[in-house]
Structure formats: structure tokens, C-alpha cells
Design a protein around this ligand. Structure first.
Ligand code: AMP
Ligand code: FE
Ligand code: FE
Ligand code: ZN
Length: 276
């Protein structure tokens, strides 16, 4: 059985590959399952499901919501979410509108700092995405030669402490979990290493899992997160948080050592909730 990657972004949010391209790359790599987890949108899911229709690849519908607690970012993934839910779509639309306004504020801030990029161009880079993210702005900065890479743009200008940073709307983790559950999804705490002391509190909100296998996590760190998960009955999941930018292209896709057991447990929970 092939590998699974449960954290992937596409052009529907701030990824570089279309949902079809992600599916093709996953097929080429022989993965058995992928989850599409775009920021604040479920728009890429139908395309991915269609592209995988005749392949031996499971596509799990997902989403990634950004929340904030104690001035720290907390990301919550939602698996097996009902992408047709009108209530979900309405709420996501509000979040995306806030993203758009915030992105244009950052562009104005950059212009005042002597780093003009056109809003038009940022929109072009975002393409079909309605979920504007800092990576779109980073790519515009890179293209103009103001920064050496997307990462450099975050480091110098648009990271949390950067001079052009503008905060986004603030969902609480509780609101994010409730939004996912209301749409039939399974909430999982994303890349929680730096938030691991918050897990005890967050576990009580209705999470079913936490990511333990993420890029850059050592075996010791993953082990610590697995044990933390066991303590609160959370499934240890993970994925590459694939975005497709950088010189590595599709190489990282499927590279996180996510155990098949994680997917089986999520699947069982999703089934149980659908039956019940
Ligand atoms: P936003 O959702 O607009 O606040 O942007 C956050 C997103 O930017 C994250 O979900 C990542 O996809 C990406 N990101 C954050 N930090 C970096 C970085 N240092 N280099 C590249 N991408 C980053
Ligand atoms: Fe992202
Ligand atoms: Fe994230
Ligand atoms: Zn992500």
C-alpha cells in the first residue's frame, strides 16, 4: 500500500499546482490517499475528486482554518467535511472576503515602504484562488526582485513580526472546531509543535486528532506529539503541508511518514458519524 499525505494546498488557496496537477503528481508517486486542505475554501475538492475518479487514489475532502489564541496562530484541519454545506460555504466566504481586504492592505503598506507591487498583479498570481494569502504577495515581491525567495519575503517583510504584516480576522480555535463539526468534518490540530503546550486546552474543544508527522519534525518530536495525542485520545495524523513553491517542485509530496493507521482511524470516525 502506498503512502498517504493528509495536508495539501492547491491553487484554490495558496498552492502552486491545480487540484488536477496535485492528483496527477500523487498518482505518479503511487500514493494511496491525499487530503486536499486548502485555506478557507473547499473549491478545489470537486476538481480533485473528478481527476482521481478512475485512479487508485483516495481523495479526502478537507479544509484548513486559521485561528488565533493568545496572539498565536493555531491552524485546524477539517477532514471529510461536507463541501456542499451552505452554512459552511457562507462562513468560508466571509473569511475569504476578510483575506482579500487584508491582502490589499498589505500591498498598500509595502508601497508606502518603497516596495510597490500592483494589486492587479497579486490578483493575477492568485489566479482562480479566492483565498488570498501572504504567499501570493511573497511571489509578487519575488517577481519584482525585492526578495530572494518566498521564504525571504516572509523573513524580511510579511512574517508575523515583519513591517508589512497585517493581521487577519480572528476565529478562535473553538469557533474553527465548531465550524468544521457543524459541516460534518473531523477537526485535527495542524503542525502543533510550537503550540504543544496548548494541546491540553484545545483537546477539550472536540478535536479528533493532531498532526505528529510534519515536514521538519524530528523522530523525537513526532514521538512526543504522538504521546501527547495518546494522552487526550487524539489520532496522530500528518502531511507535508504541500504548497508546491520553491525549487523542489512536487518532490515533497507524500514525504511525511504518516501511518496508514491514521487514515483508517479517521475513516472509521467519518463513517460512524455518517451512520449515526
Ligand atoms: P496567511 O494565511 O495569508 O496568513 O499566510 C500564511 C501561509 O503562508 C501559511 O499557511 C503558509 O502557507 C505560508 N507561509 C508561512 N510562512 C512561510 C514561509 N516562511 N515561507 C513560505 N511560506 C510561508
Ligand atoms: Fe498555506
Ligand atoms: Fe497551516
Ligand atoms: Zn497548510
Amino acid at each position: 500500500m502506498g503512502k498517504v499525505d493528509l495536508h495539501i494546498h492547491t491553487t484554490a488557496s495558496d498552492g502552486v499546482l491545480t487540484p488536477e496537477e496535485v492528483v496527477q503528481a500523487a498518482i505518479d508517486k503511487g500514493l494511496s490517499a491525499i487530503a486536499i486542505t486548502d485555506h478557507d475554501t473547499v473549491e478545489g475538492i470537486t476538481q480533485a475528486l473528478t481527476a482521481a475518479q478512475h485512479a487508485d487514489l483516495e481523495v479526502i475532502p478537507g479544509v484548513e482554518l486559521s485561528a488565533e489564541q493568545d496572539s498565536r496562530e493555531v491552524h485546524i484541519l477539517g477532514y471529510y467535511i461536507d463541501r456542499q454545506s451552505r452554512a459552511l460555504q457562507r462562513k468560508l466566504e466571509v473569511l475569504r472576503q476578510a483575506r482579500k481586504e487584508r491582502a490589499s492592505k498589505m500591498v498598500r503598506k509595502l508601497a508606502r515602504m518603497g516596495l510597490p507591487v500592483s494589486w492587479q498583479r497579486v490578483q493575477e498570481i492568485a489566479g482562480n484562488s479566492s483565498a488570498f494569502g501572504r504567499p501570493h504577495i511573497a511571489r509578487a515581491l519575488h517577481e519584482r526582485g525585492y526578495v530572494a525567495s518566498v521564504n525571504d519575503a516572509f523573513r524580511r517583510y510579511i512574517g508575523l513580526d515583519g513591517p508589512a504584516y497585517v493581521a487577519r480576522y480572528k476565529l478562535s480555535p473553538k469557533q474553527a472546531v465548531e465550524m468544521i463539526r457543524a459541516a460534518g468534518g473531523l477537526p485535527v490540530l495542524a503542525h502543533p509543535w510550537r503550540q504543544r503546550e496548548m494541546v491540553a486546552g484545545l483537546a477539550g474543544l472536540g478535536l479528533v486528532g493532531l498532526e505528529a508527522y510534519c515536514p521538519g519534525y524530528s523522530a523525537e518530536e513526532s514521538g512526543e506529539l504522538v504521546r501527547l495525542g495518546e494522552k487526550y485520545n487524539l489520532i496522530a495524523t500528518g502531511g507535508t503541508d504541500f504548497h508546491g513553491y520553491g525549487e523542489n517542485g512536487v518532490r515533497p509530496l507524500g514525504d511525511a511518514p504518516v501511518p496508514m493507521q491514521a487514515l483508517l482511524r479517521l475513516r472509521a470516525l467519518a463513517g460512524r458519524r455518517m451512520d449515526g
